[in-house]
Write a protein that binds this ligand. Sequence first.
Ligand code: NAP
Length: 310
Amino acid sequence: MQAECLSGRTVVITGASRGIGAATAEHLARQGAYVILACPSSTQGRAAAARVHSLVRSARVESVVCDLACLSRVREAAGEITVLAGGRLDLLINNAGVAALPSTRSANGYEMHFAVNHLGHFALTGHLLPALLNTLEPRVVNVSSVLHWLGRRTDRPHAPRRYHRWAAYFDSKLANLHFTHGLATWARDRRLPLRAVAAHPGLVNSSLGSSALHADGRHVEARLLKAMQERWHSPSDAAWSLVRAATDPHLASGDFVGPGGRGECSGPPVPVRAARRARDVHAIERLWHLSQELAAHPFPSAVPPSRRDT
Ligand SMILES: NC(=O)c1ccc[n+]([C@@H]2O[C@H](COP(=O)([O-])OP(=O)(O)OC[C@H]3O[C@@H](n4cnc5c(N)ncnc54)[C@H](OP(=O)(O)O)[C@@H]3O)[C@@H](O)[C@H]2O)c1
């Protein structure tokens, strides 16, 4: 897929109401893609679509309600997306995220970082497979973080007794990489042309984490985070890592893209290294099987024969 010409390509971006997702939607719309914004609130989704429209007059953009914290809603959203996309989806960018939440459970009873940042995206990807496999070079981009280096375990769908809000986030960002490798293997084993690529945006001045800290009465931590965030790069600059992961034809399944500047905090996007733990095949398999079970097996073990040899 060429970065400069996405005309005729259909893209879905989760968490596109603000931050890096909204900026990525704008970049891809400028390049001619038909962009579907998957957002948890219809009001925010419509506002985000209107914003892209006001910035890119020629943009073809729609929004769909998709609450990743609820698996039945994810399934419904995938159905709506498939209809809007006319059954053909070139690119799915799993970007939405939450951070630093107090111990909270999703609609299905799972720890919220695990549920939104990983499991909802796992289910969405599985439900969108038929539409993805209906295009020639389908690609899934999972948005992780440099903080995945601090992740330890990804097979804990429930909060441990000694819950730590940031540890839960780190683990979920490691899960994004385990899912990327799991999906790459799943597609390769079935000789499918689907590419799974990961990206991280560096350190970004967005609202990630600060609203959760404020809501929990952690004003000092929230102010400290906001003060740090003001020195970080903009969502618009950060979005280039996602755009490259989504469009660079030379990237292979399992590749990871992030900003190339010092400490991978900012700068133009380049292929980057992930922690060794991100490639632990046993951990990848454990997360894959666990997610399949929790999300009621969105990934079929068999694939339609017509797609096997493409
Ligand atoms: N900011 C950073 O420095 C940084 C660094 C590394 C990685 N990242 C990653 O980049 C991604 C985007 O983060 P950001 O900084 O742009 O954060 P953000 O500004 O807080 O945006 C997060 C997005 O996720 C959506 N979201 C939250 N809960 C959701 C749910 N249950 N279902 C569906 N969507 C939901 C939000 O929708 P609403 O607005 O409607 O709630 C929002 O659009 C995340 O995966 C994050 O982990 C960020």
